[in-house]
Design a protein around this ligand. Structure first.
Ligand SMILES: [Zn+2]
Length: 353
């Protein structure tokens, strides 16, 4: 391919017009006046003056100050000599290699940690003594909105019967102790909170058609305590938050953000299934019907804000109802929980002004 160019030999100030011949591995210039070959440069030695914005200027690494002014646009030059297209620096070009490797390894370790965190914390949580959980994590759910409503003697008797009918049931129940109360929240729900604190919401107590609903949902919540799901979730959130703080240098109060995280987040699908199965086992062991949990799930208000419900927020709710119903089986040989009428009525009025 031939092009016009002006060749400066680096010694004489005036240039000479040349016919430029571009071969696969070299470029050469023949004087238009004398046909003398003035230079042959290897393409691998070519260098482009990136500061030249008007006409392309080329040098050879082996030809000193000699230069070529090529009579062609920059785009045109690049189509003949594509190796001269300036490379835009990559984002990581100026980062030392060792930093890149170190940074990538850190990201991999953090991602790996986060991915396996759920499994690790559930194993660790089951090894933590319940007394430790109560002492160090129990305070997280003290105070509003998780302050228990005050209760009349009759309402307390009803709560005692509900909890007492299914706990303690197993010898291992001696390892933890539970407190049950009602919190002044209108949405229908129940919670297991750190340190063995169990709570029905006012909305749930008022909407439950019979004690079977309350005891079945409570049995599910007890399983969350028994299997240390609450502890595991707190550890997981604390670790995630610490990682986040490392990167953001944030100084949010850990206790308060943990509490909000606990309320906002839900247990994993695996943990819910474990709690459902154990909840049914506990009820049957106590000779009680378990179908209240599936009935509660079916009736649950879908408008409940996600952050308040670890029941409704499961996308697999229908599937869950199906296996709960199947696992509960034919419950004709099990009883419904009996609570004297006066105590049931007192419980229904709980948290009323
Ligand atoms: Zn649950």
């Amino acid at each position: 391919m031939n092009l016009r160019a002006r060749y400066f030999d680096g010694v004489r100030p005036q240039g000479r017009d040349v016919d430029l011949e571009i071969e696969s591995d070299s470029i050469s210039g023949r004087s238009m006046e004398s046909s003398e070959e003035l230079f042959v440069w290897l393409r691998k030695d070519l260098r482009r003056d990136l500061n030249s914005r008007v006409i392309p200027l080329l040098y050879s690494n082996t030809a000193g100050d000699a230069r070529l002014e090529v009579g062609i646009s920059f785009k045109g030059l690049e189509s003949y000599l594509p190796e001269l297209v300036p490379q835009r620096p990559g984002i990581f070009e100026n980062v030392p290699r060792v930093w890149l490797i170190g940074g990538a390894s850190t990201v991999l370790i953090v991602v790996g940690l986060v991915l396996s965190l759920n499994v690790i914390v559930h194993q660790v949580a089951r090894k933590i003594p319940f007394s430790w959980e109560k002492k160090y994590l129990g305070h997280i759910s003290e105070g509003p909105p998780f302050e228990y409503c005050s209760v009349t003697a009759d309402a307390q008797a009803a709560l005692d019967k509900i909890l007492g009918s299914i706990y303690p049931t197993y010898p291992s129940d001696q390892q933890f102790d539970l407190r049950l109360g009602v919190v002044d929240i209108s949405h229908s729900n129940a919670f297991a909170l750190p340190g063995g604190k169990m709570a029905f919401t006012k909305g749930f107590v008022k909407s439950a058609p019979n004690p079977d609903w309350l005891v079945a949902v409570l049995s599910h919540e007890i399983a969350h305590v028994e299997y240390r799901h609450v502890t595991a979730q707190l550890i997981e959130m604390a670790v995630l938050q610490s990682i986040a703080n490392l990167f953001s240098a944030g100084e949010a109060s850990l206790g308060s953000s943990l509490f909000h995280g606990l309320v906002a987040s839900r247990f994993s699908r695996h943990a819910e299934r474990e709690a459902d199965i154990r909840g049914i086992e506990r009820l049957h062991k106590s000779n009680l019907r378990s179908r209240g949990l599936a009935e509660f799930l079916k009736k649950e208000d879908p408008r409940i804000p996600k952050f308040l419900s670890h029941f409704s927020s499961h996308p697999e709710k229908d599937e869950r109802i199906a296996y709960l119903t199947e696992r509960s089986g034919d419950e004709t040989s099990y009883k419904s929980l009996e609570i004297p009428e006066s105590e049931w009525h007192a419980l229904k009025k709980i948290c009323d002004p």
